[in-house]
Design a protein around this ligand. Structure first.
Ligand SMILES: Nc1nc2c(ncn2[C@@H]2O[C@H](COP(=O)(O)OP(=O)(O)OP(=O)(O)O)[C@@H](O)[C@H]2O)c(=O)[nH]1
Ligand SMILES: [Mg+2]
Length: 289
């Protein structure tokens, strides 16, 4: 059952003529919101708002409208990609294993290419041969240049060379794939910090985007991932993948509330075209469907 259906179900139990929530109702309400992965902060804020508004809300439709508006207000509006004054703009894709980084790189490359931009794809995942192969296949399909090192190579060195390559060929966008890693793995997070440092040292102000890729199915753990990655790397944006699955990615509300990181794209499938620019309306529509 969708969250909004559950919400409606719950509200319907209340007497329509005397629309007023008691302490027990608030507890049920709290559970409902935590179930939607809103996280404790937003949940308490919404409850408080509802409490203040309680007497003014006369029926279920009004209650639903009130909540929908509050949810919309808590989302950061559409935010475009950061572009470097001097090309290339460097976009670093990071995240835990299997969230959809490599696929998202292919989609973003396709998105930029359609806008007539030149793109270089670099593989800074030197752990798995398959990772390099996977990205290379996408680059070939897109007919875009690719740079990758053999297994065991230094991922920071790939980035160094890729930046040189992009500059010498006047390429506007450099998209860098990285190996998946748990936010709790200190050594691997240090490696990512190093990759980022190498980029910043070689090109001031870069990377223009450090994008955390989050799986819509991650639940509240997504908030921990975002918090840790943001602390270590300073994120500029989030891509929520697998938004085509039944998962509603309610954690987006919590992340935006706590960390104020914009969501730049939604991944809605495995194909190149399955990428949507984020907008609160699109997100809410699916969320409330
Ligand atoms: N349905 C759906 N599947 C997706 C989406 N994005 C990625 N996938 C699938 O998720 C799986 C993992 O995607 P990858 O792009 O390989 O993930 P990754 O983050 O690069 O994985 P690692 O490099 O191993 O950490 C693949 O089967 C993708 O096709 C999406 O938006 N929707
Ligand atoms: Mg990958």
């Amino acid at each position: 059952m969708s969250w909004s259906a559950k919400l409606r179900n719950f509200l319907q139990k209340l007497s329509p003529s005397q629309f007023k929530l008691g302490p027990q109702d608030y507890e049920m309400f709290r559970t409902l919101m935590l179930e939607a992965d809103f996280g404790p902060y937003l949940t308490e804020e919404l409850l408080e708002l509802f409490r203040q508004k309680n007497l003014e809300i006369k029926n279920i439709d009004e209650a639903t409208m009130f909540l929908t508006q509050k949810l919309r207000d808590s989302l950061i509006p559409q935010s475009s990609l950061n572009i470097a004054d001097t090309p290339p703009s460097v976009y670093l894709f990071v995240g835990v294993n299997g969230t959809g980084k490599t696929t998202s790189i292919a989609k973003v490359a396709h998105y930029l290419k359609k806008k007539g931009k030149s793109v270089l794809i670099a593989c800074a995942d030197t752990f798995r041969a398959a990772a390099r192969e996977q990205l290379k296949i996408w680059a070939d399909r897109l007919n875009l240049p690719f740079i990758g090192y053999p297994i065991g190579g230094d991922p920071a060195a790939v980035v160094f060379d890729a930046l040189e390559g992009a500059r010498s060929r006047n390429i506007e966008f450099l998209l860098v794939d990285t190996a998946g890693r748990q936010h709790t793995d200190t050594n691997l997070m240090e490696e990512l910090k190093k990759i980022k440092r190498v980029i910043s040292k070689k090109k001031e102000g870069s990377p223009e985007e450090t994008l955390l890729v989050l799986d819509a199915n991650a639940g509240l753990n997504a908030i921990n991932q975002a918090r840790s990655y943001h602390e270590d790397l300073g994120l500029t944006g989030i891509i929520v993948t697998k938004f085509d699955s039944p998962a509603k990615a309610g954690f987006v509300f919590a992340i935006q509330k706590e960390l104020s990181i914009p969501v730049k794209f939604l991944g809605v499938g495995e194909g190149l075209e399955d990428l949507l620019e984020f907008s609160p309306d699109i997100f809410l529509k699916k969320f409330l469907s």
